[in-house]
Design a protein around this ligand. Structure first.
Ligand code: ATP
Ligand code: MG
Length: 278
């Protein structure tokens, strides 16, 4: 585990981004893990928050979800500090706030609590100045957990597959983002849509990809993540694909995505979650 006392302290605080899509199995966790590793490889300080009781982002970062000292669930309940719950991903060179199935209890426990949708944000406020990027891997639901993610973030990254009905599936999420923006979090923005598991040989995927560009314009990232078996193999080795086989097409694409995201943040001057604001 990295010694937090050695960490540099940023003057502005991290960009906090949710990786979200309420559709299951679209590549959220793969994107969260590999973007975290790509940004770390680009010398950024990154925290990956596993907001899914499945614990896939935890395991895929090489952290055993069944053998945790502390986890996100305890942080949300206020039993453990975020500083005590985070651990280092030795393989990914970033920090992880890990989760396991205990987190599924949060949906019920948090309902009774004061400021139930702001629990994660409050925890993040304690450490946001230590990182350049905080990425939140959301579960495949529009639940209270996801709401906590959206309430904490300044932006949302939506991984999507270019399949039939993909655009219709996005409207619920986009509406939820608008509602959170209007009612809870005026900093929330749609950063962009990331086309993942892309197979350029499939005509339908090319057609949907073009439709997505027409509909969302510059909100679509230029980088496209190909379908690549190395990315799918990496989690069973407890490694991000970017580390497991950095010469693979999938790894190169996620590294390029990390670069594109950094360029976009510079260009747009998106407000970082300033420590002073909180
Ligand atoms: P859930 O909704 O259950 O949280 P998810 O949206 O997080 O799922 P992932 O777990 O990232 O989706 O991906 C689903 C499956 O697709 C996994 O088996 C993963 O390894 C595989 N996968 C993701 N991206 C790619 C890719 N670019 N190429 C090949 N396989 C991929
Ligand atoms: Mg997932």
């Amino acid at each position: 585990m990295t010694n937090k006392n050695d960490k540099h302290v940023t003057t502005t605080g991290a960009y906090v981004f949710c990786i979200a899509n309420q559709k299951g199995g679209v590549g959220k966790t793969t994107t969260a893990i590999n973007l975290a590793a790509a940004l770390a490889a680009l010398k950024k300080d990154v925290l990956l928050i596993d907001l899914d009781p499945q614990g896939n982002a935890t395991m895929g970062s090489g952290v055993d979800k069944n053998n945790l000292q502390a986890n996100l669930y305890e942080v949300l309940l206020g039993e453990v500090s975020i500083q005590d719950a985070r651990v280092a991903s030795e393989t990914g060179k970033y920090d992880v706030l890990p989760s396991n199935r205990e987190l599924s209890g949060a949906e019920i426990d948090l309902v009774q609590m004061e400021g139930r949708e702001a629990r994660l944000k409050r925890a993040i406020d304690d450490i946001r100045h230590e990182y350049d990027f905080i990425l939140i891997d959301c579960p495949p639901t529009l639940s209270l957990l996801t709401l906590n993610g959206l309430a904490s973030a300044s932006g949302v990254i939506i991984p999507m597959q270019c399949e039939y009905f993909a655009l219709e599936g996005l409207s619920d999420l986009v509406n939820t983002i608008k509602r959170v923006y209007a009612n809870i979090n005026p900093d929330l923005q749609l950063i962009g849509l990331l086309r993942v598991m892309f197979d350029a040989r499939v005509t339908l995927q090319q057609q949907v990809s073009a439709q997505v560009e027409t509909h969302f314009g510059d909100r679509v990232f230029k980088t496209i993540i190909p379908r690549n078996v190395r990315l799918a193999e990496a989690p069973s080795h407890g490694m991000p694909g970017v580390v497991y086989d950095k010469s693979s097409r999938g790894a190169k694409a996620y590294l390029e995505f990390g670069n594109e995201l950094i360029r976009r943040m510079k260009r747009e001057g998106l407000k970082q979650a300033a420590r002073a604001r909180t």
